[in-house]
Every structure is written in structure tokens, then in C-alpha cells.
Design a protein around this ligand. Structure first.
Ligand SMILES: Cc1cc2nc3c(=O)[nH]c(=O)nc-3n(C[C@H](O)[C@H](O)[C@H](O)COP(=O)(O)OP(=O)(O)OC[C@H]3O[C@@H](n4cnc5c(N)ncnc54)[C@H](O)[C@@H]3O)c2cc1C
Length: 373
């Protein structure tokens, strides 16, 4: 049993003596090109690991040397300080896809969107609405990625991770991943686990998608929420909707030089929601209703994009090098020559403006490294 993890230990982490690993290494390496924002200074040391053993070895070495460690995969959810990172950045570049029946296992470094395409080609349902989300498979459990009515927490069965605290490779079952909206125990305790593999259970619905939960997708397909459509059609529709919002990576399109949504949707308890609706009525008129989605236990989720827009920060807002996307108010973007300081200044302006207008403090979704809002 692996200490407090509670998950089953699959294998002990490889011992130093029987592991011959050669992890690629660079010094004073720019991190900006490894992020979708294309922002941030250099890492003192950048290591690139292409196998699980290399990942474990590189993490062990960094930990043994007391060097701060930053795991970088697709870099699509990272805001790195202009000053860079003074420790070891470890790029996860492992590969491996095993699809057997409805079971899927992905190495952490696999490209997520490609893996989704593969499962859809096999006619399987469960992650088709997560098509087009950039980044790696190994990062999906970190913030429980989600979009268009699906979240990976519904299909992940287990996460295989290296536990830095116990120096063991552990298998964390779904029930112990602590998944919630854009959150997990991996995000809560970022210095403990390095994800090596992620296992999923998909559904064979005879080539049909999972029941569509998101009204916009159902509307675009001319069906009702809860209906199923051919799984390939669901994927393609989501990709089209995402592209229209600048949410599919395109190197030519500055609207996608972002981390996707910069803020999470606020979840309010009953009292805060009442105060919020009163504020909306006072500011925008009694006939204006803010988006409100029941979120269990008396809580209500509202829309960060709506708040930003109604607080006066519309699409394309800003005059500098960091601006709001011209396609989506929730994405902050680098128009080409921004710095992280520019981006953070814009993020603070938006956060403070929304707070002043509606009394709600937005929280950033991407992980900040060496900086904060
Ligand atoms: C255009 C665009 C659209 C997006 N749309 C969505 C969306 O619809 N839904 C959504 O949820 N997200 C979305 N995102 C955010 C992002 O794509 C996801 O969070 C993605 O899972 C990040 O993967 P990554 O490999 O790029 O992680 P990185 O950005 O490299 O890392 C993110 C965090 O995870 C940690 N990490 C990464 N890999 C591992 C690992 N193997 N073990 C331990 N820690 C690890 C990193 O240290 C860091 O803290 C979008 C981003 C962009 C740019």
C-alpha cells in the first residue's frame, strides 16, 4: 500500500541501479515556445523525458538535488513569469495508446485531441465532446478537463502516477482522484504526483455519442438535450463550435494564443447567489437575469464570460499586446509581443472590474508559475 494514497501500488518505481536512462537536458532554455500563450522566461534546466522511467528518474534527480520542479506537457494551461523558472522544467514527451474493447490507456505525453479522434474513429463514446482541447492526456486529470457537457472524471477509471512523497508508482482509482469542477487532488497537491498514464472506460453505443448534455451542442445538431447522435458528428460539431470561439489551436490566429478560458465559472452558495442577483438587478435592471445553472447542494454556477462582458470588457477589449480574444470574452490572448506582466495586468483589470460591478472575484483557471494575479 502506498502510504496515504490509498491506491494500489502497481509496481515499485524503477530502482536507480537497474534503470539506465538518458534524459535530454538543456540549460537556460526558453519556456515561452513550450506554452500556448508563448510567454514566460527561461528555465534554469529543461529536461525532456520520453519514457515513464525517464520521467521518474528526472523527478527523483530534481527532488534529490532540492531543485524546484515544473512539469510541462502541452503548455496550454500555463502562465510562466517573465523571470522564468529557477529550477528544473520537465517536459513529458512519453507515448503509448492502448485501446482494447472499451478500455483505453494513454501515456501522459500523448496528444489529447488526437486520442479523442482515435476513440471516435473506433465508434466509442464518452470523450467525443472533449475534442479540440489542446495539451496532453496526462494533464487531463489535473484540472478534470471538461467542455460541452463532458468531463474526464466521468470516464477515467484510474490514474497511474509517480508519488514523489513515497517514491512509488501508484494507481489512483477514480474515487480517490478528488475530482470536482476544474479541480482534482493532483491540482490541490501539485508537488506530490506526476501522472504517468491515464485509464478510461468508454461506451460502445453502436457508433452513437453519449447523451448530449450541452444545450448549445444539441441546438447546433437540431436535437434535444439527452439525445444521441453519431459519435463522429458530435465530435465534428464540437470542433466547429470551438473553432468559432477561438478554442482550437491555430498558430496563425492570435485568438488562440491563450490558455482557453482564463477564469473559471463562479459557483455560488444560496446567500451569495441572492446578493449577486440583487447586484445584477441594481446594475442592469430588474428584467435582466444572469445565467444560472444548478450545481448541487443549493449551489448555483454562473458564467464568467457573461460577467466579464456585462462588466464592460467585451470581445477584443484592450489596446495593448495582451487583449481579450475577439471571439470569446473568457480567453485572454497574447497578440504577438505581449509579456506575462502585460497579460497579468489585463487579467487583474478584468478581475477587479467584475468584482466592482458584481461583487464576485473571478479565479484564474491556468496554473501560474513564479507569478500570480
Ligand atoms: C485554445 C485552448 C482551449 C482550451 N479549452 C479547454 C477546455 O475546453 N476545457 C478545459 O478543461 N481546458 C481547456 N484548455 C486548457 C488546457 O488545454 C487543458 O487544461 C489541458 O489539459 C492542459 O494540458 P497540457 O498538457 O497543455 O498541460 P500543461 O499546460 O503543460 O500543464 C498544466 C498543469 O498540469 C501539470 N501537468 C501537466 N502534465 C502533468 C503530468 N503528467 N503530471 C503531473 N502534472 C502535470 C503542469 O505542471 C501544470 O500545472 C484550453 C486551452 C487552450 C489554449
Amino acid at each position: 500500500m502506498a502510504g496515504a494514497v490509498g491506491g494500489r501500488v502497481r509496481t515499485p518505481a524503477p530502482s536507480r541501479s537497474r534503470t539506465l536512462v538518458r534524459v535530454q537536458e538543456l540549460h537556460d532554455a526558453p519556456l515561452a515556445p513550450l506554452t500556448t500563450f508563448r510567454l514566460g522566461g527561461p528555465a534554469a534546466r529543461l529536461r525532456i523525458a520520453t519514457t515513464d522511467d525517464e520521467v521518474v528518474e528526472a523527478v527523483r534527480e530534481a527532488d534529490a538535488g532540492g531543485s524546484p520542479l515544473l512539469i510541462v506537457a502541452g503548455g496550454s494551461n500555463l502562465v510562466v513569469a517573465d523571470e522564468g523558472f529557477p529550477g528544473t522544467a520537465l517536459r513529458i514527451a512519453t507515448s503509448g495508446v492502448e485501446l482494447s474493447g472499451t478500455s483505453l490507456e494513454l501515456a501522459a505525453g500523448e496528444n489529447w485531441s488526437d486520442a479523442v479522434a482515435r476513440t471516435v474513429d473506433a465508434g466509442l463514446a464518452g470523450i467525443e465532446c472533449l475534442a479540440g482541447i489542446p495539451g496532453s492526456a496526462g494533464a487531463t486529470p489535473i484540472q478534470n478537463v471538461g467542455a460541452y457537457g463532458q468531463e474526464v472524471s466521468s470516464t477515467i477509471t484510474e490514474v497511474v502516477a509517480y508519488d514523489r512523497r513515497t517514491d512509488e508508482t501508484v494507481v489512483v482509482p477514480n474515487s480517490e482522484c478528488g475530482f470536482s469542477y476544474r479541480h482534482s487532488r493532483f491540482k490541490a497537491d501539485p508537488t506530490r504526483f506526476v501522472v504517468l498514464r491515464v485509464r478510461f472506460r468508454l461506451e460502445d453505443a453502436g457508433g452513437l455519442s453519449a447523451p448530449l448534455k450541452y444545450a448549445e451542442t444539441a441546438r447546433a445538431l437540431g436535437v434535444g438535450p439527452g439525445d444521441r447522435v453519431p459519435v463522429q458528428t458530435a465530435r465534428e460539431t464540437v470542433l466547429k463550435l470551438r473553432a468559432g470561439k477561438g478554442m482550437v489551436l491555430d498558430p496563425e490566429d492570435h485568438d488562440t494564443w491563450s490558455a482557453g478560458s482564463f477564469f473559471t465559472n463562479p459557483v455560488l452558495d444560496e446567500r451569495d447567489f441572492e446578493a449577486f442577483t440583487a447586484r445584477v438587478a441594481e446594475r442592469l435592471g430588474a428584467d435582466v437575469a444572469a445565467p444560472a445553472f444548478p450545481d448541487g447542494e443549493g449551489r448555483t454556477k454562473t458564467s464568467a464570460a457573461w460577467l466579464i462582458d456585462r462588466a464592460g470588457f467585451g470581445k477584443g477589449y484592450g489596446t495593448g499586446s495582451a487583449r481579450i480574444s475577439t471571439k470569446h470574452t473568457l480567453a485572454l490572448t497574447n497578440r504577438g509581443d505581449a509579456s506575462t506582466a502585460d497579460l497579468l495586468a489585463l487579467a487583474r483589470e478584468v478581475r477587479d472590474g467584475v468584482r466592482e460591478a458584481f461583487g464576485i472575484t473571478l479565479v484564474n483557471e491556468p496554473v501560474t508559475v513564479g507569478c500570480s494575479l
